[in-house]
Design a protein around this ligand. Structure first.
Ligand SMILES: Cc1cc2nc3c(=O)[nH]c(=O)nc-3n(C[C@H](O)[C@H](O)[C@H](O)COP(=O)(O)OP(=O)(O)OC[C@H]3O[C@@H](n4cnc5c(N)ncnc54)[C@H](O)[C@@H]3O)c2cc1C
Length: 311
C-alpha cells in the first residue's frame, strides 16, 4: 500500500491528466444511501467518456488500484475509508438515440431517468424498475431488477473498460443472471446500448405507476438503507428466513434489521459501517445455524474493513 508520498504523486498526476474534479480526503458517507463510511483518499470524477478513458489507461499504466462508485445505493463503505482511488462516473449522463426504441446511455445517468424516458416514449422492458435508485452503470453491473423485469434483459451492448482499454461488449459477455453480471471490480461500464420494445404507451405508463405504488407500500421503511441486503436463495425468500429466525428488529449499535422489512438493514442515525457489517454477519450466522442456508449478501463492500473482510 503506498504511503503519503505515493498518494501525493498520484494526486498530482491525476490532476494533470483528468479534466474533471480530483479531490482528496472526500467523506463518502454522503455518497451512499446507508450514510456511513469513511473518506476516499482520492476521488476522481471524469467529465466525459474520453476523460474516463484517459483516467483508466493511467491506472493501468501505473498499476494503481481503483474502485467504482455509482450512486452508492448497494454499497457499504468501510469506516476507515477507501485507499484505492475512487472513481465516480456521475458526469456521464447522456442519452443518445441509436435507432427505433434504441438508445446509448451514459453509465452515470440515474436509472429512474432512463425509465422515465421509456415511459414517455411508450417503450417497454424496464418500466416496472422506475423506483430502483442508482445509476445505469450500477444497475447493469448488479443486473438490478424487480418482478419479472431486469435491466440486463434490455441490454444490447456496452462500452466497458478492461485492462485499461475501452472495449465493446455484446450483451452475451455480461452473462446476466439473478442480481449478477460478469463485470468485475477491475472493469468499468462507461456507456450502455439498450433496445426496448414498442408498446401501447398507456399500458406502459400504467405498469410503471402500479410498480411505483407497490414499492412505496412494500418498502416503507424508516432509516437510511441499501434496499435488500441478501439475495433470495434458490428456494424461498431471504426476508422469510430472517423473519422465521426472529431477527426482525434486532439491533447492533445504530444498525437494525428493519421492523417493516426483514431483508432491509437501516441506519437509525448513528450506525457505523462496522455495526452494519456486524449485523449482516449475525443474520447470516443465525439463519445458517437454524435453517442450514447461507444467505449471500446482495450489497457490495468497499474499502478497508480490516481483517474481517477484504475490499
Ligand atoms: C431503497 C432501495 C431499494 C432498492 N430496490 C432494489 C430493487 O428493487 N432491485 C434491485 O435490483 N436493487 C435494488 N436496490 C439496490 C440498488 O439500488 C441497485 O443495486 C442499483 O442498481 C445500484 O446502483 P448504484 O449506481 O447505486 O451502484 P453502487 O451501489 O454505487 O455500486 C454497486 C456495485 O456496482 C459497481 N458499479 C457501480 N457503477 C459501475 C460502473 N459504471 N461500472 C462498473 N461497476 C460499477 C460498484 O463498484 C459496486 O460494486 C435498492 C436500493 C435501495 C436503497
Amino acid at each position: 500500500m503506498p504511503g503519503c508520498r505515493g498518494q501525493d504523486s498520484r494526486f498530482e498526476l491525476l490532476r494533470e491528466v483528468v479534466r474533471g474534479p480530483v479531490r482528496r480526503q472526500v467523506p463518502l458517507a454522503s455518497y451512499t444511501s446507508w450514510r456511513v463510511g469513511g473518506p476516499a483518499e482520492i476521488l476522481v470524477e471524469p467529465q466525459d467518456e474520453d476523460d474516463a478513458g484517459r483516467l483508466f489507461s493511467v491506472f493501468h499504466e501505473h498499476g494503481w488500484p481503483w474502485r467504482l462508485l455509482g450512486a452508492g445505493t448497494n454499497l457499504l463503505v468501510a469506516d476507515r475509508g477507501v485507499r484505492e482511488v475512487v472513481v465516480s462516473l456521475s458526469a456521464l449522463q447522456g442519452i443518445e438515440p441509436l435507432g427505433p426504441q434504441q438508445v446509448r446511455v451514459g453509465a452515470g445517468l440515474l436509472l429512474s431517468k432512463l425509465v422515465k424516458r421509456c415511459v414517455e416514449s411508450g417503450w417497454q422492458g424496464i418500466e416496472t424498475l422506475g423506483g430502483i435508485p442508482g445509476t445505469v452503470g450500477g444497475a447493469v453491473t448488479m443486473n438490478a431488477g424487480a418482478g419479472d423485469q431486469t435491466v440486463g434483459g434490455c441490454v444490447l451492448a456496452a462500452r466497458v473498460v478492461e485492462q485499461g482499454a475501452v472495449r465493446d461488449w455484446p450483451a452475451q459477455r455480461f452473462d446476466f443472471d439473478y442480481r449478477h453480471s460478469a463485470v468485475t471490480p477491475e472493469q468499468a461500464v462507461l456507456a450502455v446500448d439498450f433496445a426496448f420494445d414498442a408498446a401501447e404507451p398507456a399500458a406502459v405508463a400504467q405498469r410503471h405507476a402500479v410498480a411505483l405504488a407497490h414499492r412505496r407500500r412494500a418498502q416503507a421503511v424508516h432509516g437510511a438503507n441499501a434496499g435488500s441486503v441478501f439475495k433470495n436463495p434458490s428456494r424461498g425468500s431471504a426476508w422469510k428466513l430472517i423473519d422465521a429466525c426472529g431477527l426482525r428488529g434486532v439491533r447492533r449499535g445504530g444498525a437494525q434489521v428493519a421492523p417493516e422489512h426483514a431483508n432491509f438493514i437501516v441506519n437509525n442515525g448513528d450506525a457505523s459501517a462496522a455495526d452494519i457489517l456486524g449485523l449482516i454477519r449475525q443474520v447470516q450466522a443465525e439463519v445458517y445455524r437454524r435453517m442450514g442456508i447461507l444467505l449471500e449478501p446482495e450489497v457490495r463492500l468497499m474499502g478497508d474493513f480490516g481483517e474481517d473482510h477484504e475490499s
